[in-house]
Design a binder for this molecule. Sequence first.
Ligand SMILES: CCCCCCCCCCCCCCCC(=O)SCCNC(=O)CCNC(=O)[C@H](O)C(C)(C)COP(=O)(O)OP(=O)(O)OC[C@H]1O[C@@H](n2cnc3c(N)ncnc32)[C@H](O)[C@@H]1OP(=O)(O)O
Length: 216
Amino acid sequence: MTADETGRAHRREAITELGDALRTLVEHATTTEVPTGDLLRAAAEIREVTARLGDRVRDRSTLSSADDLLGGVRMFNPVTGAGSALAPPLQIEVVAGVATGRCTLGRAFEGPPTFAHGGVSAMLLDQILGHAVVASGNPGMTVRLDTTYRAPVPLLTPLLLTAQVQDVAGRRVTATGTIATEADPGTPLVTATGTFVGLRAEQTHRLFGKLLRADP
Ligand SMILES: CCCCCCCCCCCCCCCC(=O)SCCNC(=O)CCNC(=O)[C@H](O)C(C)(C)COP(=O)(O)OP(=O)(O)OC[C@H]1O[C@@H](n2cnc3c(N)ncnc32)[C@H](O)[C@@H]1OP(=O)(O)O
């Protein structure tokens, strides 16, 4: 490993550590019933830490120094990113064209009481469908996502997601996916069909050209 690679690996570990701490913070902030005074003290302390993190920030058109866009490392992706306070995070692996994802949703993801918000399910499915699409060798952006909610998705329960590509027609790729519980993988709770469209060179250049040139 070069010194640069070692430095990047350490930074990714630190980002993951911070992400873990933030996710625990979000979960406790969502569920706490401590006295009101303690809430106000916590808010003041968190603002102090926030100010320290804000000392040096990147702008909208700069990637995180820990990311590797072409290698598929996005530390702050809101679904899979180990550094994201918003991400469950969903852990995805793709084997023989089938993407498999695992996560447990905390109470911060609640929609109907004790169950996941429907938008969160759609977000998880969009991401895992995207991984299956990329793995098929036809990367593209989502242009349509049809989601069917068959049964509520329980919180604090290990979930199992799967996705695979069904069809490739020119620039258009269709993929399907499901969310189930790990305990009962044969019973889909949410299913989705997504349409992804591969970008033409001009579109890639227009939307992401600056980022791709900056990726080390
Ligand atoms: C090596 C690295 C490893 C990495 C390993 C990590 C993996 C990492 C995975 C990331 C996974 C991320 C997963 C989240 C993915 C997002 O969240 S993407 C964000 C949300 N999506 C967007 O913002 C896209 C917005 N849409 C657009 O910008 C434009 O629609 C696009 C995509 C540039 C395409 O524009 P366009 O070229 O003008 O499209 P157009 O010619 O109208 O249509 C092209 C084709 O699509 C069809 N189409 C268009 N819209 C629709 C529609 N709504 N319904 C059905 N068909 C449609 C058209 O009918 C047409 O079909 P054909 O006639 O060619 O058969």
